[in-house]
Design a protein around this ligand. Sequence first.
Ligand code: PMV
Length: 360
Amino acid sequence: MVEYEERTAVATPNIALIKYWGRRDSALNLPFNSSLSMTLDFSLRTKTSVLFTNKVRKDIFYLNHRQISNGSVSEKIDNVRKVVKEMKELAGVTESVKAVIASENSFPMDSGIASSASGGAALVYALNSSLNLNLSSKEMSIFARKISGSACRSVLGGIVKWNRGKREDGLDSYAEEVLDYKGWEELTDIIAIVSYRRKAIPSSVGHDITSVTSPLYRIRPELAEESIKRALKFIRDRDFEGLGEIIMRDSNNMHAAMLDSWPPIIYMNDTSIKVIHAIERLNESEGRIIAAYTFDAGPNAHVITVRPQAERVRKALESVRGVKKILKVGVGQGPKLVEESLFSNPRYPESRFLREILAA
Ligand code: PMV
């Protein structure tokens, strides 16, 4: 039997500056429009360990130290299973060899901080190394996209563009770095956590409801492509004011189309709206845009700013009633392999499980 080394990777979420919402193919997560994001630094991360063995009868997954049961029904978990199978086949792994995979997030899942993006990227990164596939970042991005669309952007660091592509097989729909993580180091994401609750409508369902039912959505794909072109120019010129306005308007446009869906989809809550007003007041008092709010499929606010303004933004957010926690996150470099595995921590059930089966 070919030996596959145990591998552990860490990857980080990304915050979309111009959003992905709506899919032309929901099996392959092919979007109607391109999107643009900033990869976040390692202060928020997913760590994923993979190991291949012929001592178990099926692939086994642990998420945050809980084994995922086979009956679990979730589009993203199904996608994980499919991608593991595809990558194993590509590496020529024999049927009797199964994967044991453990993944841990350093932040709450399903609360608007994209855990599926960092999770998908960390998994593909760890599998690529363990299976000796030597994939390019383009190939890894395509695999990560199949787990969760936004995960294809977390395979890279810095400012990243996911090209929507036109092909039916999705081979031209992957992410590329447009600016190295050191290219505009001052960019900062101040995250205001306003709720830890699980979101009511998973993005996998929301994408399709909006694109099928919202009349407003019809103008969104082309508008987003236009916004990306303009945002890229502002990024090249390091023009925060220009970029900030587009970021806010794109988030507002996506949430307007969500609200326009039937049944309506509302991810923001009262505190999210108060954050919007607080940022408007801050920018008004400054006489220019120094901070830009943006919301994903959840109520938590991401406020993009530049480092010298970070404290002022934090103060403005602290004054909003209902904000529970504030995190300051910089631009990240993308995934990396690390030594310390989740299987080596004796406190974790996945580690006990592995020791038992490997000893058997
Ligand atoms: O990757 P998904 O299916 O969780 O979709 C993410 C969609 C948004 O976070 C709302 C926008 C984006 O581009 O990340």
